[in-house]
Design a protein around this ligand. Structure first.
Ligand code: SF4
Length: 221
């Protein structure tokens, strides 16, 4: 192990870490706005390399009118672009959303499928998006490793891995079963608001005692 490498967090500390997350936020939720499984799927596709706030701003008006694959097809690609043009990569995303709406209408009776395999067949839907949909809509204990979860997992020693899939496998093994359903949201929120990318705010971190990060920060005087 390199001298400054983070040591893996012991299982007892992992248990405590999630007990703390649960006590502070027993029912964590996604910060993406949605009305039903289809609108969540659309919001998650739109959120790739974009902030939840930016996506919510764009989808507010869209979801008032469009909340099913059939309505999305009727709106069409050009119509959809008018709503989402403030979001990065909106051209490609609009194309994917129209294509996935067609598949949902033709092959899935307009419903969002409940299996990862079927979800990943949809254009613009990778493993991470599928995991988010399965977790948020269908309550499955999936862990979608985004940039926040990847950072927090490696930084704290919770789950060390070189790429998102390696971290996902570690999390699968290491997160206690009873916390798996909500682990995804607790870790995202922790990464977004406390264990931030540029400078983690260790001085008010509730899981500092469990974290193995060797360069914990102090509040500036
Ligand atoms: S102590 Fe610091 S590095 Fe560790 S989890 Fe908390 S904010 Fe992140």
């Amino acid at each position: 192990m390199k001298p400054n490498a983070v040591k893996p967090m012991p299982q007892a500390a992992i248990l405590r870490m999630f007990e703390i997350f649960e006590s502070k936020n027993p029912h964590p939720k996604t910060e993406l706005d949605y009305k039903n499984p289809f609108t969540l799927l659309v919001a998650v596709v739109l959120s790739a390399q974009a902030t939840d706030t930016g996506v919510n701003k764009a989808t507010k008006k869209l979801f008032e009118k469009i909340d099913s694959p059939e309505k999305m097809l009727a709106l069409g690609e050009a119509g959809l672009k008018q709503y989402i043009k403030t979001i990065g990569l909106f051209n490609a995303k609009a194309k994917n959303i129209i294509a996935l709406s067609k598949i949902l209408t033709d092959d899935f009776d307009g419903q969002v499928p409940q299996s990862r395999e079927d979800l990943q067949k949809l254009p613009g839907v990778g493993r991470k998006t599928a995991n988010v949909v399965l977790n948020v809509v269908y309550g499955q204990p999936t862990l979608a490793v985004d940039t926040h979860i990847f950072r927090v997992s490696n930084r704290t020693g919770l789950a060390i891995g070189k790429n998102p899939l390696a971290v996902e496998w570690q999390l699968e093994k290491r997160v206690p079963e009873k916390f798996k359903r909500h682990a995804h949201h607790w870790l995202i929120l922790h990464g977004r608001y406390i264990c931030k990318a540029r400078r983690p705010e260790c001085w008010h971190c509730p899981v500092a005692a469990q974290c193995h990060y060797p360069a914990k920060t102090e509040k500036a005087a």
